[in-house]
Design a binder for this molecule. Sequence first.
Ligand SMILES: Cc1cc2nc3c(=O)[nH]c(=O)nc-3n(C[C@H](O)[C@H](O)[C@H](O)COP(=O)(O)OP(=O)(O)OC[C@H]3O[C@@H](n4cnc5c(N)ncnc54)[C@H](O)[C@@H]3O)c2cc1C
Length: 492
Amino acid sequence: MKNIIIIGSGLGGLSTALRLSNLGYQVTILEKHNTPGGRLNIIEQDGFRFDMGPSFMSMTYELEELFNSIGMKVPIELEELDPLYQVFFEGKEKSRLIYKDLKKLAKEFEDVEPNLEENAKRYLDKASQFFHDTIDKVVKSNFDNKLEYILKLSRVPLKHLPYLQKNMWSEVEKHFKSEEVRVIFSLVAFFLGSTPFQTPAIYSLLNYTEMKHNGYWKVKGGMYKLVEEIIKILEEKNVKIVYNTEIVAVGNNNGKVYELIDQNGKKWTADIFISNSDAAAFRGKILKREKFSENKLDRMHWTLAPFTVYLGVKGKIDKLMHHNYFLGNNFRGYADTIFTSSISPQKPYYYVNVLSKSEPTCAPEGCENLFILCPVPDLRYKKSWEDKDELADNIIDDLSNRVNFDIKSNLITKKILAPDDWANTLNLYKGSGLGLAHDINQVGAFRPKNKDEHFSNLYYVGASTTPGTGLPMVIISSKLVTERIIKDYGII
Ligand SMILES: Cc1cc2nc3c(=O)[nH]c(=O)nc-3n(C[C@H](O)[C@H](O)[C@H](O)COP(=O)(O)OP(=O)(O)OC[C@H]3O[C@@H](n4cnc5c(N)ncnc54)[C@H](O)[C@@H]3O)c2cc1C
């Protein structure tokens, strides 16, 4: 039986452990943190339970593929979000509700975008064609080299070429007249940790996945239920998970890794190693590769860092629903400066998730649990987060005004995670929330590969390698790395 060690228990590591243990490999997971799940984690405080990062999922059929591949049904219950979310624009009392149903959506915006249904249909049809022309050929594929990738790309119909040459904002601008609708359709760029002005137009396929294809889903009981259920299955399959164990170096010989060394100097041996730690930073920091030195990593394009606040509040906040966005009225100016600013945003744009709206068990009776996410610059631009309480207060005051509820006077518990906390807890490079950005020159064969360039028994899985970030992509990544291992070592 072959032994495999996976470094990291993010969804990437856990999904790979499910697949490989099912094939007969003996799997051990070494995790730096004291709980499994990576960014898909949990915070429990004063009787409140918060999902630490992800709050929804798209392309849920990837979960079915994962569990079916090990002969099981999806062990969690998924609930579709309808409406998808609401958006509050500054200075406007009433929020805009965002529906998947285009007729309902058109009604919501009839005052500012009279032809929304037709315009959205044209926009989404185009995105749909791009999605279906690329998902199997490019996204769900392993590449051995750039030539193979380019050959696969060349099979994508040429009509999609203009997508590659412009940004998402110009695509949205072309289809919609109203600024509000343009902003709403381009919000998905923030899910990629970037802005619509920097995100290539190809990612309008995310609008297709949210509004037409599969929509948004949450997990009954909270997102962390998924991790809890996977852990139960892994225990049954004798997968060992060791926590509080950070890999800091590797021992290698003859083009192979033979051991990992943790922070206490303990050595861990196996036949095959898979890193779920950031694939670029791991090559730089742990493997000491010049191509991934700090200098070079800093020059790559990274996604925005998360500034997250977890609030337990007494009382019910009627104006909030499961997903809520709070935007200012200077979208372009805000987007242009958030990446590189060395100060905290003064008028922050932020997202609020309220799990207690549908999950009474995650907060004491009559209370609400709020998760606030504000995208901010990473540690390359803003090194110190000593002002984190000030930024959190700023957001809480703004939110209180906009939902007519005095949060501060009703606060039971509060926790803040600034980019330095995210970086230190989970080894996210300079606190970047979603890792390397998804620019054309950082995806496909240009993203750090899932098989190491020098060590034949070292592989990578997760958001930082192919295909990219987000829960469904990470599950696809576990399938791709498993395919590589089966090709190299076979089924045990
Ligand atoms: C605030 C936030 C909100 C998000 N919201 C959503 C959402 O709503 N929907 C969605 O689909 N996606 C969302 N994402 C993205 C999603 O969380 C990630 O794409 C996904 O969870 C990444 O999984 P992963 O397995 O690649 O990595 P991670 O979850 O980062 O896991 C990697 C694990 O490796 C461990 N590790 C790292 N280095 C070492 C080492 N040297 N030794 C030992 N262990 C190590 C880390 O501690 C961590 O547990 C969000 C991300 C953030 C930050």
